[in-house]
Design a binder for this molecule. Sequence first.
Ligand SMILES: C[S@@+](CC[C@H](N)C(=O)[O-])C[C@H]1O[C@@H](n2cnc3c(N)ncnc32)[C@H](O)[C@@H]1O
Length: 544
Amino acid sequence: MREEQEPELAMASLEEQMQQLRSKATELLLREEWRESVQIYSQFITLRQGQISNTCQHSDPDPDRLSKLHKSLCLALSNRAEARSRMRDFAEALIDCEQALEIEGTHFKTLLCKGKIFLSLNRYSMALDCFKAAVLDSQAAGNLQTINGYLERCKKLEFQSRTGVFDLSDWVLNGFQGKSPELAEYIGAVQVKKSEISGRGLFATKNIDAGTLVLVTKAIAIERGILSGQGAGENAQLVMWKNFIDKVNDSFERCRRTQHLIGTLSTGEDEEGLEVPDISLFRAETEISSYPVEKMDMGKILSILDVNSHVEDTALAEVFGKNSDYYGVGLWLLTSFINHSCHPNARRLHVGDYLIVHASRDIRVGEEITFMYFDVLSPLAKRREMSNSWGFNCKCMRCKFEEAVCCKQEMREIDIGLERGLDVGGVVYRLEEGMRRWMVRGKEKGYLRASFWVAYSETYGSERSMKRWGRRIPEMEAVVDSVVEAVGSDDRLVKLVAAGLKKSSGGLVEMERAMKLGKGLYGKVVKKQAMRSLLGRLASCSLP
Ligand SMILES: C[S@@+](CC[C@H](N)C(=O)[O-])C[C@H]1O[C@@H](n2cnc3c(N)ncnc32)[C@H](O)[C@@H]1O
């Protein structure tokens, strides 16, 4: 009698202990103390698993008791998954979800948690499958609003990432009110290949017309702030840079995939010897069973950040409703394979944490996709300075062409004339005459006009200059078209055209030109009416 009572007593006290563990873990979960909650759930789960295995060893296990034990294990695994996912420990959280679903295949809470994890990992179709399965569970009835919300979000993101059809018009038309829109990650018709510019680059696998999306990608880490006052600015910039490094490090430590992908980026050294990664590696939906463990010291991470992080585009930030002292620095993965060119064919747009890259002019299949790291509407010497401060010597076609032309004595005089503040109209006239004599044609004309854009824009913008030089230099529209053909659309070009449109109160042809330029600048993500509003903002008026 006594011998039989002892194991029962032991079981009762174990059950009591587990009851306490479960209450404690739930309390911690509710208090959002994730780490502590994971610890206690882990103790509970180990004990429960032991109990289940002991019970199974009986020759005739009680099915009711076994079912109860499994149920509580399933719930504990599900709750630990929730806590782990809140700590962004997605890999471990997914393992918990799998184990819970092995016990109960339609467990509502677990399916919801798994769906949310896939959503955070940009695996939209997998997330959609989870939410679709969750909606069939009996518990869905009491949570219909939540589950339908997730289903709608997922459907939208899955559609965006599959088709590349994005629309920011409502956000633009609402004056950028509220949070910036949630976007899917998208990879268009591109692949990574060896580049003639340097190391690897991103190349078009199909013809891409101006305005079409190339990529949408979310930052691995981003740090933002308002920098006001020059002295304060520098200090604040240092603090921001430090915070940014901490954030990158955090993402690096938490996720093997992120570690591996950061490891594929250039440190700026020996780029020719770098491996060319397959584009599928960057698709979140690609299943990779295990990533190699990357060992990277802080020095290497810092070099990678130095070479690959980008500052948000302030010119566009202003139009997109941000403060002009606003400063944001971030790291985006696939876009880090895009080389700089002084005759770029793509542009980037920052919306929230997303970097949107679209064609700023037509791109042919096989062509390398490039965007500017620094202002390309500037002369060769200035561009050299800027490329050196980026740590490289620009090897693009435009620089090569201008290096050959700019040694001409006449070119030097034009350059010096501009620097000394001579009559800008005269500078434009001399350059146009020079190009005629040197037989500079087509795109190359656009290159030089882009280099002296300051002189052109001041001339076209000044009534006095136009009175004096207007009949001797080409029309503004022809110059804008040739510059766009050479370097793609740019806010300053659009500004000039939009301002002209405002003065002439808008002919159809002019309006079409402005809309086309707008498409190159903002991409097809902004539709007609919203584009008018953006162009109006650039010209500081409302357009017809
Ligand atoms: C963001 S990475 C671009 C991708 C890089 N080529 C790779 O293989 O990973 C920036 C680095 O690419 C190189 N690079 C980019 N544009 C260049 C250009 N126009 N001329 C020379 N080097 C360039 C420089 O070494 C620069 O530090």
